[in-house]
Design a protein around this ligand. Structure first.
Ligand SMILES: *Cc1c(COP(=O)(O)O)cnc(C)c1O
Length: 341
């Protein structure tokens, strides 16, 4: 794909050659199928359309320094999709089939895998939807798994930088015993108005939600977990309403490997004042370092980065994780699967 400007690619959809699908019918999953259509014919009474029986994943494949193509922690995505399926009573897509589908869709679309050195990568979007017709509220008896790919550009086009964030109190993303721990579209629908109102059309990178019950602890951003760093310790919220981010889990392992302590515990808002560094983390950016978090309801601004630059730990963790993804550093944790093209 010599005519793609890899470095300028945004995080958007670009048509690629193929997607991989699998149907659940008569109580079992069928064979993987390859499709070149971007469309899904669907029954108008499908449960995904009416009752939100829908879950998804997001992961990336990278072309490495050695030319090999690596997918980052796909087993974790497969397990999380199974957990999401269990949580909203969908048929669980088997881990091994997930691995096969991921390898197949990458192989079929290899001309879209960005070259090493561009900072771009191939984003994979697996989707699991209830396709069976129901009008009464009950789980579908038929499901469709699809995985498509799209190349995405580097998140930080002008280099690794900090961003301002804002706390929203007006809306909750998820309830303490709700679906916040599952990667379902419903959580995103619930966050769109909050995002649009809180971020003032781009003044803030993203909104942070507080725990819905006490409105006193940091939960997470709309699509990224929170972590703070102080006293050589990586601290991330423990909550029943946040999505278990694979990036966050990996950063915690790396932090320990690099000699930090780690804690997972509730983080009260006032504690923001004490962090030396903080970040939002997820597959898209790995780490988006936080410049400050504004609490507009209380006329307060928690300034994390005094000089506006990412702190040393954010830089170190970000670099270490990316080096593993691009095959520049030894994969000491066995996180990457190399795809035979
Ligand atoms: C996907 C997602 C994340 C990030 O998870 P990663 O596995 O690190 O990409 C964080 N929060 C929410 C709400 C998400 O949906």
């Amino acid at each position: 794909m010599e005519n793609i400007n890899w470095k300028e690619l945004s995080f958007g959809y670009m048509k690629t050659d193929y997607n991989v699908r699998c149907y659940y019918r008569d109580g079992k999953w069928g064979e993987l199928e390859v499709s070149s259509s971007e469309e899904i014919p669907i029954h108008m009474a499908a449960t995904c359309l009416h009752y939100g029986q829908e879950g998804f994943e997001g992961l990336k494949a990278f072309r490495g320094k050695d030319g090999k193509v690596r997918v980052f922690r796909m087993d974790e995505n497969a397990k999380r999709l199974a957990s999401t399926a269990h949580g909203i009573m969908m048929a669980e897509f088997p881990i091994e089939k997930f691995r096969e589908a991921v390898a197949k869709v990458i192989r079929l679309n290899q001309r879209f895998i960005p070259p090493y050195g561009t900072g771009a990568s191939l984003y994979l979007r697996p989707l699991l939807i209830g396709t069976g017709a129901q009008v009464g509220v009950k789980p579908a008896t038929e499901y469709l798994f699809v995985v498509f790919v799209t190349p995405v550009g580097p998140y930080f086009k002008g280099g690794f930088t900090t961003n301002p964030y804002v706390i929203t109190r007006k809306y909750d993303r998820s309830a303490p015993l709700g679906t916040g721990i599952y990667k379902v579209g419903g959580n995103y629908a619930a966050s769109m108005r909050a995002h649009s109102e809180a971020c003032h059309g781009g003044e803030y990178a993203c909104e942070f939600y507080l725990d819905a019950k006490e409105k006193h602890y940091i939960d997470e951003a709309g699509a990224a977990n929170f972590f703070g760093i102080k006293n050589n310790t990586y601290i991330t919220p423990k909550s029943t309403s946040i999505l278990p981010s694979i990036t966050n889990k990996s950063l915690m392992q790396l932090a320990e490997h690099l000699g930090m302590k780690t804690e997972r515990r509730p983080i009260p808002i006032e504690e923001l004042e004490t962090f030396e560094e903080a970040g939002a983390c997820g597959t898209a950016a790995v780490i988006s370092p936080i410049q400050r978090i504004d609490d507009l309801d209380n006329n307060k601004s928690y300034v994390i980065s005094k000089d506006g630059q990412p702190g040393p730990w954010c830089k170190k963790l970000y670099t270490a994780l990316q080096q593993i993804q691009y095959g520049e550093a030894e994969d000491v944790f066995g996180w990457c699967d190399i795809i035979d093209l």
